[in-house]
Structures are given as structure tokens and as C-alpha cells.
Design a protein around this ligand. Sequence first.
Ligand SMILES: Nc1nc2c(ncn2[C@@H]2O[C@H](COP(=O)(O)OP(=O)(O)OP(=O)(O)O)[C@@H](O)[C@H]2O)c(=O)[nH]1
Ligand SMILES: [Mg+2]
Length: 205
Amino acid sequence: MKEKSNVNLDLKIFSSSEFLLSASKIEEMPKDKGVEIAFVGRSNSGKSSSINAILSRKSLARTSKTPGRTQLINVIRLTEHLRLIDLPGYGFAKVKESIRVGWERMLTDYFIKRQSLKLILITVDIRRGIQELDQVMISLAEENGLKVYIVFTKIDKVSRNDRDKCRYQSLSLYPQHSIFFTSSIKNIGFDEVKKSIVTDLSLMG
Ligand SMILES: Nc1nc2c(ncn2[C@@H]2O[C@H](COP(=O)(O)OP(=O)(O)OP(=O)(O)O)[C@@H](O)[C@H]2O)c(=O)[nH]1
Ligand SMILES: [Mg+2]
């Protein structure tokens, strides 16, 4: 069992945030205390944009049109006990094999070893749906006792029908996990994400 942590909780936790550091490996991260919430997902799936939307910041987490931009673990501090983590994306084909394997190993290591990690938000570009690597990550999270949110991004790009297809895919694969439909461009869906985070953190004690 991962240890419990004290976090003072309401929606105000999202109102003041600061960029803490970028780490190239887990050893460079802050002390493994308190609670971490990590954003994982394919390159370009909208992790950094989702973090900015949740924090109502324009560019605290750096976004990019070039997939694979976030190559470091970016750590954002919300409170003394609570951090958001912007992880490098996986599945970017154009990255050198050796680098890609290194990142994937680092992600695996982080999931397994990090005591403060309690919740992961998997961002899924709604135009792509949940793919094999996403499923690998979700399984890894489950095996390590982490709570999982499936966050579909870029819903401004698809019809309601396409959105429903993803809902069914998600419900049939993962009926146990919460799903969210978001657009950072139109600022849709993030209030629900924030409320769930607050509720789940409260339940963790
Ligand atoms: N239309 C639309 N575009 C979005 C949305 N969210 C992100 N994008 C765009 O998608 C691209 C990638 O967004 P990022 O937030 O940088 O994605 P990321 O997952 O952090 O990418 P990496 O760090 O490279 O893994 C950028 O061009 C964003 O502007 C959205 O809700 N709607
Ligand atoms: Mg990013």
C-alpha cells in the first residue's frame, strides 16, 4: 500500500501554481513526499494544454505543434503537498529508437517506484481513440494501484457521433475508470476534471 498524505482540499488548490523544475530522470525530482498527479499520453495528445487549462494558465506547461516536445519531466507545484507532473509523451514514431526506449523505461520506473504518485490522467486525442500504448500505460497504472482518469482531448475537432464512439470504446474497455471529454481551446470539461481530483484526493485522506 502506498502511504497516505495530508492535502488540504478544495478547488482553490488549482488557483496558485508555480513551475518547480524539469527533471531528466526520476532522481532529479523533488523528495517523494505528498501527492503527485501525472499527465501521461501519446505525444501531441494534449497533456501540456490540459495542465494549462486546469490551472487557468496560458503557458505554464509548454505546448507545441511538434510532437515529442516535452522531453523532460516537468514538475508544477500546487501546494506544499501537491504536485502536477507533465510527462514526456510516448509513441512518437520519429524519435530515435534509443531515446524512445529510454523514455518508456523512465515512465515505467516512475509508475512503479514513485510513492507519492496517486493518480494519472491519460490524455487521448479523441480523433485517435485509445490505442495499444495507452492500454499498456493504463495496465501499468492499475498494477501499481494508481487511480486512472481517461481524458479525451480536442473534442472541438469531432462530431458528437465520434465522441460517442470513444465513450463506448472507453466504457467497454475500462468501465471502472472515470472518463472526461475536454477541449482546451474551448475550455470545456476541465471543471469536471478538477472536481473529481478534489473528491478523489479527499477520499485518499
Ligand atoms: N483543437 C484543439 N487542439 C488542441 C487541444 N489541446 C491541444 N491542442 C493542440 O495539440 C497540440 C499538442 O498539444 P500539447 O498540449 O503540446 O500536447 P502534449 O501531449 O503535451 O505533447 P508532447 O509534450 O509533445 O507529448 C498543440 O498544437 C495544441 O495546440 C484542444 O483541445 N483542441
Ligand atoms: Mg507536452
